[in-house]
Design a protein around this ligand. Structure first.
Ligand code: 5HM
Length: 162
């Protein structure tokens, strides 16, 4: 008799993605359409009881931007603490998110990358799955991709052994 594999529970995720490049120069804040994918993902995960660490929300979408000397260690610590790492690498690429993807993979975290269909991503993002547990979710709309994100998260965590 085979024992069904139950994925270990995901209690926390770190959600990364483009930030500085999305700030409106006039207001210093992310406009609504730039916030939407983060908002949608945060609400979706939290509705499942998953705690979400996200710098965009933490820094009030740009209104309370932290200094580099403040946010770097917090982000690294939170990625280390999180059960899984979820990112929108950005197109154009988000420099900070690319550093965070490097940390998450080096820490052995299960990783879910949301890639926009038709966009180009750098070779080391395309190839990250060869050195880390990565599930890619190709999408055109984050809200429509939520079921695929859930499946990818479960797969990544299960493959990574919890
Ligand atoms: O380079 P960019 O700003 O796109 O980097 C975004 C990533 O760096 C986010 O995932 C976020 O976790 C982190 N970050 C941060 O925590 C970035 C900035 C500004 O660059 C910030 N706090 N103020």
């Amino acid at each position: 008799m085979t024992t069904p594999v139950t994925p270990p529970p995901v209690r926390s995720v770190f959600l990364a993605g483009p930030f500085l490049g999305l700030l409106d120069p006039a207001t210093g804040e992310m406009p609504g359409d730039a916030r939407a994918p983060f908002d949608i993902l945060i609400k979706h995960f939290e509705a499942q009881g998953i705690s979400v660490h996200n710098a965009h929300r933490r820094e009030a979408w740009g209104a309370r931007l932290m200094r580099p000397e403040e946010c770097t260690r917090i982000d690294q610590d939170e990625i280390r603490r999180a059960d899984a790492f979820v990112a929108l690498p950005g197109a154009p690429a988000s420099p900070g998110t690319h550093i965070e993807m490097g940390w998450a993979s080096a820490f052995g975290k299960p990783i879910v990358l949301l890639l926009e269909r038709g966009r180009d991503y750098t070779f080391l993002v395309q190839g990250l799955h060869t050195v880390a547990t990565v599930e890619y979710v190709l999408h055109t709309d984050v809200a429509a991709a939520l079921p695929a994100v859930d499946r990818a998260l479960r797969r990544a965590v299960t493959r990574n052994g919890g």
